[in-house]
Design a protein around this ligand. Structure first.
Ligand code: C2E
Ligand code: CA
Ligand code: CA
Length: 893
């Protein structure tokens, strides 16, 4: 299988997709997280700014205290130094705060604000203060102006930061509290500014004020009152802030302070207040100490009230900052919670996405993978695959389809297997897969099943045909041999015998010739039926072909039982039967072969064949058992055949010639060639010693041809001989030679080979040779006549040929058998010979009388009209070289 191009798995793709989908969530969450963090930051910033504002607001009054305390202490020293020693103990000028305490408080605030610039400014101011002149207001301004400016700027910065932080939290109550804080801070600033300016104004003798101071003082007073009203309106209706406000608002210090400030402002506006010229220096000599002492206590009272109010404002600011802290802490907590919630959501959604990925991967990826695996295995031909039918709809449909396809393929496989193993009754062949494939498969299955069924049927038929005879339906040769093999094996084991009966119809050819082939078939079928009926159950009847039937009988106890069975079969089979209205009585010869451990079925068949041959050769209608004698005879015959063949090859045969004498002039008009075998051991052997054996096989045809050739050679040799050039030579041709179509051809080739006058060649055939198939024989003889040669019918009268047959046969000469001649004394024989001779003459046939041994025979033969004589009286068969001598010794013409 080709390796698929590297492509990501579904699980991986889904994971990547989920991560991509998760990204916006992550983005949103990060935004949320960042916003929450910003809110936390803002809330913290608000609190930080508020704290710093608180600290910053305390710083001016602390510095005032320090300046005031320092100034007061120096002023008191100076004052006391100018008093007489005795008056000093009566002057009590204790300060509200000591400069030591005030400095410590400033240091504390500076440290808490943690700003190096501020620390430097404070150090610088203190140095200026220490080196300068206590009453030098310009010096004081120079020293503390920058700090005041820095503080104011710092408060402004912190207010901006606080408000920014408040709006950053997005929390309305924080924003509100921040505004409250700012307002409170403003209130405090205004308050401390007013204190400073009021002090400057009322203590004008010591701290000469400026016009600005005086203007700013009245402005501040208005501002303070306005700020207080606005602040009150924006305060919550209840709670600690409202309580602190009420503390402030109802405080007698505030009322007293404001009264003091208002009266000062009114006096200043009315011009009641004596104010030194701005920048005027104080002349201590002109100071009214009583008034100064009174002023001093007024200032002290006002400062104390101012401090008390400032403390109340501080308390209010503390309450606001406290509320801010609480709100900010809540906001931080909320933001943090939001942050963690966001984080939680993010985690949850990540987890959900993860789970979804896993789930989807499991839901889709796994089934898809299984499907892919199944498909891969399927592509490798593995049908033992089943895709679990799980997962989403499409996959379910896909899985089902794949499973169904697999099922179809399995069915196809099973069907193919069933077909391959030819299990046509397998129910799987009735199964039908869905769709086109199923239809195609079914068609294929049906066709194949049909083909296989046909094949099976044809096989059965072929097997039947292969083992049965078509005409009689009996077992054929092959089946008989098979059965015989089994029967002999069984007999061998059981210790009994099996017998093969070879049943041969003796005169079937006659029946066929007389009544036609159809009649022949009827006879054969009837014989088969009779055999089937006559045989014992378990025995097998068969037909080898033609008129040859067999019966395999088993068990058989001994040869006698086999022969008794053969007798019964012969009796049953030879009952008369009706063919086309004519009664026919069949004759059969039966040869019996018996099983023997040393014999194969073929050899038992050969034994039975030998026996029936013997029965037939002895005239038919006989029963013969193939015993050792018969086998010895057959062996002898086979040896003889070999010897004859060798004799032909070694040219041991010779043709003797016996004269044929013409009745009219007693001259030798012909000779009969008679074969002799000059056997190297047995000497000269006559035809009776080998012709019958040669006739049992086609060896006789070889001998015939040898004789023909010898005759041809002789005719050629005599062609120009004045005495023998006209003498015809007759040769004996065996009946066997008529079985094939070759006789005329053989004659022709001899004529061609030896170049003699074919009219000098006479072919002698016996009537029995012609009778076996008279039509074929007649054609063959006519062909020979056409060549110019003659035909002689030999041994006439010994067979069953009627004289009328001569009319239809191409015969030139009839040779009356010697047995008639020997019986010439008998008048009946004599008149029969006369009849033959007369008929022959009527038909234009020349008649020769054989076996003429005496002058008497010659005389009678001539008397009854014979044309030619042949016999010892005229000469015995002799070699060609002796022929003339024989003839010359013959009786004179
Ligand atoms: P056949 O054709 O009837 O031949 C005549 C036989 O009668 C010859 O015997 C011959 O010697 C014998 N014979 C002739 N004159 C007399 C007589 O006056 N008295 C007696 N008792 N016998 C006489 P042979 O030569 O022994 O032949 C016997 C048979 O052998 C022949 O009978 C013929 O049928 C067969 N034969 C001989 N030569 C051949 C041959 O070349 N080819 C074939 N196919 N058969 C042959
Ligand atoms: Ca003859
Ligand atoms: Ca003869």
């Amino acid at each position: 299988m080709a390796t698929p191009r590297r492509s990501p798995s579904i699980a991986l793709s889904l994971s990547v997709l989920c991560v991509l989908l998760l990204l916006p969530f992550v983005g949103v969450s990060v935004d949320h997280w960042q916003a929450a963090s910003a809110r936390v930051e803002s809330a913290e910033q608000v609190v930080r700014a508020a704290d710093r504002i608180d600290a910053l607001l305390r710083l001016p009054s602390a510095i005032d205290d320090e300046i005031f305390a320092g100034g007061y202490e120096r002023g008191r020293e100076e004052l006391l130094s100018q008093l007489p020693e005795a008056a000093r103990p009566f002057v009590t000028l204790d300060a509200v705060v000591t400069s030591e305490d005030a400095s410590a408080r400033v240091d504390e605030l500076v440290a808490s604000l943690d700003d190096p610039d501020l620390a430097d400014l404070v150090d610088e101011a203190r140095t200026v203060l220490a080196n300068g002149v206590g009453s030098d207001v310009e010096n004081l301004r120079r020293a503390f102006g920058p700090i005041s400016t820095w503080v104011t700027d710092a408060i402004e910065r912190e207010v901006v930061a606080m408000n920014a932080g408040a709006s950053g939290t997005g929390d309305r109550s924080i924003a509100h509290l921040a505004r409250l804080g700012e307002a409170t801070a403003d209130l405090q600033l205004t308050l401390s500014g007013m204190e400073w300016r009021w002090t400057t104004i009322v203590a004008g003798d010591f701290f000469p004020s400026t016009i600005d101071d005086r203007m700013l003082f009245t402005h501040s007073l208005i501002a303070f009152e306005t700020q207080a009203v606005l602040l009150e309106q924006s305060l919550p209706s209840a709670g600690p802030i409202r309580d602190r406000w009420l503390d402030l608002d109802r405080s007698p210090s505030l009322a007293g302070l404001l009264d003091q400030y208002r009266s000062t402002a009114e006096a200043m506006t009315a011009g009641d207040l004596e104010l030194p010229e701005p920048g005027a220096t104080i002349d201590l000599a002109t100071v009214d100490f009583v008034a100064a002492t009174q002023l001093g206590s007024t200032i002290t009272d006002t400062i104390e009230r101012s401090d008390a109010v400032s403390a109340d404002v501080d308390a209010l600011l503390d309450a606001v900052v406290g509320a801010l802290r609480t709100e900010a802490a809540l906001a931080v907590a909320r933001a943090q919670e939001e942050r963690s919630t966001t984080l939680g959501w993010l985690g949850l959604s990540a987890a959900l996405f993860g789970l979804a990925t896993v789930g989807v991967a499991a839901l889709i990826g796994r089934p898809v993978r299984r499907m892919a695996d199944a498909a891969a295995r399927l592509s490798e031909g593995d049908l033992d695959v089943r895709v679990p039918e799980r997962g989403p709809k499409e996959l379910l449909v896909g899985s089902r389809a794949l499973n169904q396809a697999l099922q179809s393929l399995k069915t196809a496989e099973k069907q193919a297997n069933a077909l391959a193993e030819e299990r046509l009754d397998d129910p799987v062949l009735d199964e039908r897969a869905p769709g086109h494939l199923g239809a195609s498969l079914q068609t294929a299955v049906e066709r194949l099943t049909g083909a296989l069924t046909d094949r099976e049927r044809i096989q059965v038929e072929l097997e039947y045909e292969a083992t049965h005879d078509g005409l009689t339906k009996l077992a054929n040769r092959r089946a008989v041999l098979d059965h015989l093999g089994m029967a002999t094996a069984r007999a061998e084991r059981a210790g009994h015998l099996a017998a093969l009966l070879f049943i041969d119809l003796d005169d079937f050819k006659l029946i066929n010739d007389a009544h036609g082939h159809h009649a022949g078939d009827v006879v054969l079928t009837e014989i088969a039926d009779r055999l089937e009926r006559a045989k014992r159950s378990g025995d097998l009847a068969g037909r080898l072909g033609g008129d040859e039937f067999v019966l395999v009988a088993e068990p058989v106890a001994h040869a006698e039982e086999a022969m008794r069975l053969a007798e019964r079969i012969q009796r049953e089979v030879t009952q008369p039967l009706l063919v086309d209205g004519t009664t026919v009585v069949p004759r059969v010869s039966i040869g019996v072969g018996l099983s023997d451990a040393s014999l194969s079925p073929d050899e038992i068949m050969r034994d039975a064949d030998l026996a029936v041959f013997r029965a037939k050769s002895e005239g038919g209608g006989l029963l013969y058992l193939c015993d050792e004698d018969l086998r010895a005879e057959v062996r002898h015959r086979a040896a003889m055949e070999d010897e004859i063949r060798r004799g032909i090859a070694r040219d041991e045969f010779e043709l003797f010639f016996q004269p044929g004498i013409r009745s009219s002039d007693q001259s030798m008009v012909s000779v009969e060639g008679l074969i002799r075998w000059r056997h190297p051991e047995r000497g000269l052997v006559g035809p009776g010693g080998f012709i019958p054996i040669a006739e049992m096989s086609d060896l006789i045809v070889e001998l015939d041809n040898w004789v023909l050739a010898a005759a041809g050679r002789q005719l050629a040799a005599w062609r120009d001989d004045p005495l023998l050039g006209h003498v015809k030579i007759a040769v004996n041709i065996s009946a066997q030679h008529f079985n094939g179509p070759g006789l005329a051809v053989d004659v022709r080739s001899v004529v061609d080979a030896y170049d003699f006058d074919p009219a000098l060649l006479v072919i002698e055939v016996t009537e029995t040779a012609l009778l076996s198939d008279i039509d074929v024989a007649a054609k063959e003889l006519a062909a020979i006549q056409a060549l110019g040669s003659r035909i002689a019918l030999d041994d006439f009268g010994t067979g069953f040929m009627s004289i009328s047959h001569l009319r239809s046969l191409p015969v030139d000469v009839v040779k009356i058998d010697a047995s008639f001649t020997m019986d010439l004394a008998n008048p009946e024989t004599r008149s029969l010979m006369e009849l033959i001779i007369e008929t022959g003459h009527v038909l234009g046939i020349s008649v020769t009388v054989e076996g003429v041994e005496t002058a008497e025979d010659v005389a009678v033969s001539r008397e009854i009209g014979a044309d030619t004589f042949q016999g010892y009286h005229f000469g015995r068969p002799v070699p060609a070289s002796e022929l003339l001598a024989t003839v010359s010794r013959a009786p004179a013409r």
